[in-house]
Design a protein around this ligand. Structure first.
Ligand code: SAH
Length: 346
């Protein structure tokens, strides 16, 4: 595999272009061209410079292999990487803008019982430029006139972002950089299953993205049943890290809580969740579990889901039940890639 030009910051690209004998404005052309989702060979830059770059760098590190459109407007993408690996992404359309869900790893080694991305373990980490290229590609598909096609980003595709810390932070720096696509950190959410020490590191990076924790259970014991990472870090340790994140960034943090029938959404769980989170500067996002066919777990019905939401809000928590989108195109984490690899389209 060649190197990836999208890994470089604008300053690094300027140095590279200078080393290769190119004029400074060529670096601007290249950086802007890449942000428009173009291949290097398509960018209007000096031909000899382009040839030199293409000798060492991938022409198109992330290509759109297939696009699936849901009846509700959600789009799901299957991307092909230079080494043939596949990753997936989603674009959800809301009134206020378009939110893209990006992947940070091929596969995942966290082993959560409800998630399809982890079924085959971790294949490899993505580089920062491979994460960024997903945004460039989807933005280019949806940009109309001057408006951005992608206004918000969530790091909730396959992979555990904090298990690929350096590349993810590199991505965050480049995606928020003024010279590039310039998406504000406030419009970016990073979701983690709870790698507590890395939450402290992230708080100190000076990139105040929204922190989202995949909690899904109210006790360490329950969490250990569905999320192996709970053997390493307790809920108390995660909450402490969240407090530090809030102190440093001033950003309210969010808990993702996937409702699993018979596991985590009875009245006792509501009480425990209220005791755990009441008074904290946080929000609880309830999601109906997307049943993964390789797994036994099921979502509760709507009545139980709304009942659980009612109990939380009555108990003083800020909580919402997320509208499920793109269910007809394999909405849940890793399902599309898993199905595609197994030879089915959906
Ligand atoms: N590894 C990170 C980000 C990727 S998963 C994390 O754990 O947060 C993104 C979110 O989707 C997480 O909250 C995850 O728990 C949730 N998720 C995964 N599979 C799901 C499923 N089948 N149904 C509902 N939510 C799921």
């Amino acid at each position: 595999m060649k190197k990836i030009l999208q890994d470089l910051s604008f300053a690094q690209l300027k140095n590279l272009v200078a080393e290769l004998g190119g004029k400074p404005f060529r670096a601007v052309q290249l950086y802007k061209g890449m942000a428009l989702g173009k291949r290097i060979s398509e960018i209007n830059a000096d031909a000899p410079l382009r040839e030199k770059l293409l000798a060492d760098y991938e022409d198109e590190p992330v290509a759109v292999e297939k696009t699936f459109r849901s009846a509700d407007g959600t789009e799901k993408y299957l991307f092909r990487l230079s080494d043939g690996n596949l990753i997936e992404g989603v674009l959800m359309k809301y009134k206020y803008g378009n939110t893209q869900c990006v992947s940070t790893q091929v596969g995942c080694r966290m082993g959560c019982k409800f998630c399809a991305s982890t079924l085959g373990g971790l294949v490899r980490n993505l580089t920062s430029g491979e994460i960024l290229s997903q945004v460039y590609k989807v933005n280019a598909l949806h940009a109309e006139g001057k408006s951005r096609g992608v206004t918000n980003i969530v790091l909730m595709g396959s992979g555990e972002p904090l298990d690929n810390y350096d590349e993810v932070v590199g991505f965050l720096k480049n995606v928020t950089a003024e010279e590039g696509i310039n998406i504000s950190a406030r419009n970016i959410s990073l979701s983690t299953c709870g790698l507590a020490p890395d939450i402290y590191r992230l708080a100190d990076e000076g990139i105040p993205v929204n922190l989202t924790i995949s909690l899904h259970q109210t006790t360490d014991e329950g969490r250990r049943r569905t999320m192996p990472i709970a053997n390493r870090y307790s809920i108390a340790e995660i909450l402490q890290a969240c407090s530090y994140y809030f102190e440093k960034t001033g950003r309210r943090y969010i808990f993702e809580y996937s409702l699993i029938s018979g596991e985590n959404c009875d009245a006792e769980h509501a009480e425990q969740l209220i005791a755990l989170l009441k008074g904290r500067p946080c929000h609880v996002n309830l999601i109906r579990l997307n049943a993964v066919k390789e797994r036994e777990l099921r979502s509760p019905d709507d009545r139980q889901a709304y009942r659980f939401l009612g109990l939380l809000t009555k108990g003083g928590l800020s909580a919402t039940l997320r509208r499920s989108m793109g269910g007809d195109i394999g909405g849940a984490c890793g399902q599309l890639r898993a199905n595609y690899i197994n030879g089915q389209t959906i």
